[in-house]
Design a protein around this ligand. Structure first.
Ligand code: GDP
Ligand code: ZN
Length: 458
């Protein structure tokens, strides 16, 4: 597969003291030489060196910029192609000027994700690793970043490959017995099939068990703050946002009718829903409050239900308990600086065994305990994956679920004593589905679609 030479600015536009222009492809180094002057020609320096020099406009002979150029010869590069990386001062004008010069020498502007796509197509990384790169770009917390890194390093790929290997051995075994029926090993084959299928089933389960946390790390835990007017919802929102680094997001296609904000609470990325509704002044009638809450609660994974310590529970409070029943929930009894009028026993009864935290948001008390409770709820289950292999991508989750179904079908077929070649069909299907996670046998259109979600220059 002959590929042309591509180029792009691979550092974020705007700020930043340096900018990097990446060029990849057969002609990358020659193109560099056409616009660069240093001690030595780039085509003459050793691979994996950084070279000081100047970018010269070949038409006018003008010096454009002082630069450092990395020369990276195929195949030991990210794309497995020849690459140069031109490091220059980050001024927008000169960066663009250099890019134009590179394009003028025959390179083509890279599409979003095209460098990573080449790394994938050239066999440098598999699809789940490439998706890790995309997750890394978008990671909202340190932990999410580490999970993405682990995926880029291929930890998920290794697990998937192990499971596929088990299935492959099973299939091979079946083939042998079909080829040599005189051994009459049908009985034994069924036994081995069952054993292997169960191993794979467990392996998939283990991966899927990380999915919920993985997805939350990747996408944020959708959280809603509910409570009657004046209990302290806005105060809570403000204190969560001020205490914690608000997270900026630029994920395309996430326009929703609910306004949301992200905060990082002790490693748990909260996606706070309906913050506009909370920030609004309190002239909405009580009923609308409950109706609105009912709607957002449906979209949420975590409910923060705020009550007023200084008032008796009302029927509206109880209604809010009702509409959020069955969700992960933390009850916050606010305004503990004021005399207690709330019936704590009744709250405990309504909360059943969900955590209750007391706060005085006015005095900034209890927020630490609340944040700890959020962290506990999320990480407390002991589910924290030991080697950071979380399945976080919904494409992977769906494939794993399908593969599990196929394995279960095989197990069911074994149970009722179906012929081995029928069982083999299910096993093969599971093998193929697992392969799709790492990019074996995926359609080209899917690959295009996946890579087009990347940022420019990656
Ligand atoms: P919301 O209507 O639920 O959003 O409640 P707000 O956060 O707007 O708070 C309503 C009022 O209660 C404001 O005047 C706050 O200053 C006050 N408030 C919030 N938290 C506390 C608290 O812990 N103690 C006291 N005494 N007042 C509070
Ligand atoms: Zn408010």
């Amino acid at each position: 597969m002959e590929m042309d030479t591509i180029a792009a600015i691979s550092t974020p536009m705007g700020e930043g003291a340096i900018a990097i222009i990446r060029v990849s492809g057969e002609d990358a180094i020659q193109i560099g030489d056409n616009i660069y002057k240093g001690k030595k020609k780039l085509t003459e320096v050793e691979s994996h060196t950084i070279n000081y020099g100047h970018i010269i406009d070949p038409m006018s002979g003008d010096i454009i910029e002082e630069v450092m150029v990395s020369v990276l010869l195929a195949p030991r590069t990210f794309t497995k192609e020849n690459m140069i990386e031109i490091n220059c001062h980050g001024g927008l004008v000169s960066v663009n000027k250099i890019l134009q010069l590179v394009l003028g020498q025959g390179a083509r502007l890279a599409e979003p994700g095209e460098f990573t796509k080449r790394a994938f197509l050239n066999g440098r990384i598999d699809l789940s690793q490439a998706e890790g790169v995309m997750d890394l770009i978008r990671a909202k917390t340190d932990k999410a970043m580490n999970v993405a890194m682990s995926q880029i390093e291929g930890k998920l790929s290794i697990r998937i490959q192990k499971l596929r290997q088990e299935l492959l051995e099973t299939v091979a075994h079946v083939e042998v017995n079909i080829d040599y029926p005189e051994y009459d090993a049908e009985e034994m084959t069924l036994g081995i099939l069952k054993e292997k299928a169960e191993i794979v089933n467990k392996g998939i389960d283990k991966l899927l068990a990380t999915a919920q946390q993985g997805k939350i790390l990747r996408e944020g835990l959708s959280t809603v703050i509910i409570g009657r007017p004046n209990v302290g919802k806005s105060s809570l929102l403000n204190s969560l946002v001020h205490d914690n680094k608000a997270i900026v997001t630029d994920i395309p296609g996430t326009t929703r009718d609910v306004i949301e904000e992200y905060v990082n609470v002790r490693g748990v990325p909260l996606r706070l829903l309906d913050t506009a509704g909370i920030r609004e002044t309190e002239d909405i009638v009580e009923k609308l409050g409950v109706e609105r809450s009912r709607k957002v609660v449906l979209d949420s994974e975590l409910v923060l239900l705020v009550l007023n310590n200084n008032e008796e529970l009302t029927s509206a409070d109880e209604e809010l308990f009702q509409i959020s029943d069955g969700r992960d929930r933390i009850i916050i009894i606010n305004k503990t600086d004021l005399p207690q009028k709330i019936n704590l026993n009744l709250v405990k009864e309504l909360a059943i065994d969900q955590p209750i935290v007391t706060t005085s948001l006015l005095k900034d008390e209890g927020v630490d305990e609340l944040e700890e409770a959020i962290k506990q709820l999320f990480f407390g289950g002991g589910l924290e994956s030991e080697d950071l292999t979380y399945v976080s991508n919904s494409r992977h989750i769906s494939l794993l679920n399908q593969a599990k179904t196929a394995v279960n079908d095989a197990l069911g077929a074994i149970e009722v004593g179906m012929p081995v070649d029928v069982i083999q069909i299910d096993i093969t299907k599971a093998w193929e589905l697992l392969g799709e996670v790492i990019g074996d046998s995926v359609h080209e259109s899917l690959i295009d679609q996946l890579f087009s979600q990347f940022c420019l220059g990656k």
